[in-house]
Design a protein around this ligand. Sequence first.
Ligand code: C5J
Length: 230
Amino acid sequence: MEITVSSSDLTASIEAEPYPFELVKRKCALLIIDMQRDFLEPDGFGEMLGNDVSQLRRTIEPNRLLLDAWRAAGLTVIHTREGHRPDLSDLPPAKKVRGRGVKTIGDPGPMGRILIRGEAGHDIIPELYPLPAEPVIDKPGKGAFFATDLHAILQNRGLTQLVVTGVTTEVCVNTTVREANDRGYDCLIPEDCVGSYFPEFQEMGLKMIKAQGGIFGWVTHSSKILAVLG
Ligand code: C5J
């Protein structure tokens, strides 16, 4: 049987700011940042700190739809989780004490030890749970490239483009997009699939990415990506 693949199956122009993003499907991974229970769930660590988790929870459904379509198209999905070893050997002392909180990383929290690998709160929310074949990058920092094998995985698979989603927009999403940009990746961010506890940081975090001709990348809406995935 002859299989015909048209070039439109492989590439697509996505409406975006500051200008259309030329998606090359076989070269693009969906990178979902830190959709962890402690950041998103009511009764998690984020809410315990007084944050309004509904600002992040609104991203779950658009992420789920995008993830379903991405998987159905047979494209690469990669997840990340922010966290540390149980013995805290990879936790910089400066990060441990930052914020002078009553509770900090490694202390008992509402869903196990805060940001510790293997604890319930550290894991990814059930709505977006990784499939066994999807790499999960455990990162000790805000950026997904720092002290991880993400760059090697992307290079080994010939991936040069990233659709970046997740939380939070101005912290781990922005840091990762900047790291990716410096390593030569083109990043597209669907604005409804990233979230911040602070509406003003959500707005500015996205503006910073697309400013100056797309200094760090492109911003779009997930509906524009879904439209080209079919
Ligand atoms: C992330 C954080 N994932 N805000 N972490 O953004 O500490």
